[in-house]
Write a protein that binds this ligand. Structure first.
Ligand code: AGP
Length: 607
């Protein structure tokens, strides 16, 4: 997903935009660029392949003086990674940046070529620029040209367009994230694909709905206006206070955001209970207590999908409500059988994952009630669902999700607790708060003793391949553990139900393969015998097992000592933190870019 930032105001706009882009680089970092109008009214476009630092070198230390600028960090979808395909794309008095995909770009390009427009890049984005240029050549004003051009493009996109003549920025989106911001005292106005880029710069946020045209101008009045396709004023936007703190963008004493975010988990767990049990969030639980699902359909992608599997286990075990997990990228293509008694639950950190949004759209279209478990208030998923439960994870910068997974599963536990009818039961409330607190304490202990995990990582980070095995409620943790390692260490890892290994995959086991075996209290004897099957074939076993589990300790080469007692259905979250640390340290020893792993983006807003 690309990062977009635009600014008009009294501060140096290039500085503000670069500061914003630096906070979005985790979303996409194939190239970066800025367009700005200097004090003489000239339009400049500077862009460079590679990370933001390459653009900063191009711009030099003495930044040009300007009060209007747009910028972009790219995660390539169309066109290879190079300077020409970098954004912004500019021609004449217009410059623009784009996040998303123009599905009918080829049809538009053909038409524009016939009208004499010569394309410079391989991107789909340039087809929008061509439409703008041709529309303005045919006499349309800047704002009318934006509206006419946007009407032509199909697919999920957000565009931010700068005009030299009017010194305005116009932004619009369909199915992609966009947020405007204003600093009410010093009249700085901004636009971005993520509220996080605006942290510390604005104090009010505006989340426009699809096809609302947001015009940012430097005029003292009407700093930000919202319009419909016909140019009439629009009220289709959600306005909130900016509640993200500036320190979220700093690593503090940690070498990586991922490690910082792993360490934030105990505090976030305790804060989540305070928010939902007896705090401001209790109203949201009361709101969802009204849903009476005959069946719950959970849909999500990647790490959020594994959180959905954990949520399924928790909700089914506690409520005996049938739950089914549907991968966001598959669900809508299965022509799923949906019934009026179904309720659909969507889990997402960003609230902008295209496949998850498409699943939600299908359910909504079929009249199914939709609920989100989401991190970003004001995100598309948040605004499209009937009910929302915020996971309160704060901004997650590390592309590999850690704290968001924990908060997603715990929020699903709070949902399950509510569906069970415990919300008003003082004894049950206290028991839940105590168990969340115990989980936080156990994770704190794990963090304090993480050198054990670091040492194991140093021993095993160079093997041929890795299996993560688990059974029952630990099976999703095996899947998530393998994903974490793949994402940041770039090694082949596979999560497997431990009982399935003997049905084929065990052929891969030899002295070059490492098996991270989750040996918890659940199905303990069976998991042990699965591990024996691996050991007898010389597989190297890292046991995530209880500190007092002598049987597990006796048959593994490495042991991560855990304490399962008292955690109940929260223990998979605890085990997962051990896997987060294992993946982190193995990646560290391999020397990969842990916070911005190759090929990945923080939020996948394209299908
Ligand atoms: C997590 O480590 C990954 N970066 C990825 O699988 C992510 O969980 C997935 O893309 C879903 O994102 P979302 O939670 O923002 O919807």
């Amino acid at each position: 997903m690309c990062g977009i930032v635009g600014h008009i105001g009294s501060m140096n706009s290039i500085q503000v935009v670069l500061q914003g882009l630096s906070k979005l680089e985790y979303r996409g970092y194939d190239s970066a660029g800025v367009s700005y109008i200097d004090h003489s009214g000239n339009l400049f476009n500077q862009k460079k392949e590679g990370k933001l630092v390459n653009l900063e070198k191009l711009l030099g230390k003495d930044l040009p003086q300007t009060n209007i600028c747009i910028g972009h960090t790219r995660w390539a979808t169309h066109g290879e990674v190079n300077d020409v395909n970098s954004h912004p794309h500019s021609f004449g008095s217009i410059s623009l940046v784009h996040n998303g995909i123009i599905e009918n770009a080829n049809e538009i390009k053909k038409e524009l070529r016939e009208k004499g427009y010569e394309f410079k890049s391989q991107t789909d984005t340039e087809s929008f620029l061509g439409l703008m240029i041709i529309n303005m050549k045919e006499g349309l004003s800047f704002s009318d040209a934006v509206r006419a051009s946007f009407k032509r493009v199909k697919g999920h996109s957000a565009f931010v367009v700068l005009c030299k003549e009017t010194k305005e920025i116009i932004a619009v989106k369909r199915g992609a994230p966009l947020v405007c911001g204003m600093h009410e005292t010093d009249s700085n106005v901004m636009v971005s694909s993520d509220p996080y880029a605006l942290v510390g710069l604005v104090d009010k946020l505006y989340f426009p709905e699809d096809e609302v045209f947001c015009t940012l101008s430097g005029a003292q009045t009407n700093l930000i206006t919202f319009a419909e396709f016909d140019g009439t004023p629009s009220k289709r936007y959600l306005s909130t206070k900016q509640n993200l703190s500036a320190d979220a963008s700093e690593k503090g004493d940690f070498e990586h955001f991922m490690l910082k975010e792993i360490h934030e988990q105990p505090g976030l767990i305790r804060a989540l209970t305070q928010y939902y049990i007896g705090g401001d969030g209790e109203a949201s639980l009361e709101d969802v207590s009204s849903i009476k699902p005959e069946r719950l359909i959970l849909s999500a992608c990647g790490t959020a999908a594994y959180a959905a599997y954990c949520a399924r286990d928790i909700i089914e075990n506690e409520n005996r409500i049938p739950c089914v997990v549907e991968l966001g990228s598959e669900f809508r293509y299965r022509d799923p059988i949906l019934s009026k008694g179904d309720v659909a639950l969507f889990i997402s950190q960003s609230g902008e994952t295209a496949d998850t949004l498409a699943s939600q759209g299908l359910c909504k279209q079929k009249g199914i009630k939709t609920v989100s478990i989401v991190n970003v208030m004001g995100s598309t998923l948040y605004r499209d669902c009937d009910h929302n439960l915020l996971i309160r994870a704060g901004v997650e910068i590390g592309v590999a999700s850690t704290k968001a997974f924990t908060q997603q599963v715990l929020t699903s536990k709070l949902l399950s607790f509510t569906l069970k009818g415990h919300l008003k039961n003082a004894q049950e409330r206290k028991a839940l708060i105590d168990r969340f607190d115990l989980l936080a304490s156990r994770i704190e202990s794990l963090l304090q003793n993480q050198d054990v995990i670091k040492k194991i990582a140093e021993e095993i980070y160079n093997y041929k391949g890795y299996f993560y095995t688990g059974r029952g409620t630990y099976y999703p943790i095996a899947l998530e553990g393998a994903l974490k390692l793949k994402e940041i260490a770039y090694v082949h890892a596979e999560g497997y139900a431990a009982g399935e290994l003997k049905h084929g995959p065990i052929a891969l086991i030899d002295e070059n393969m490492v098996n991270i075996a989750i040996i918890g209290p659940e199905l303990h004897e069976k998991v042990l015998s699965n591990a024996e099957e691996i050991k007898s074939r010389k597989g190297i076993i890292v046991a995530l097992a209880d500190v007092n589990d002598e049987e597990a300790k006796g048959m593994c080469r490495y042991h991560v000592p855990l304490k399962f007692d008292g955690l109940g259905d929260l223990s998979p979250i605890y085990v997962n933190v051990a896997n987060q640390l294992l993946a982190y340290y193995m990646a560290k020893f391999k020397g990969t870019d842990i916070d911005k792993p190759r090929n990945l983006a923080k939020s996948v807003t394209v299908e």
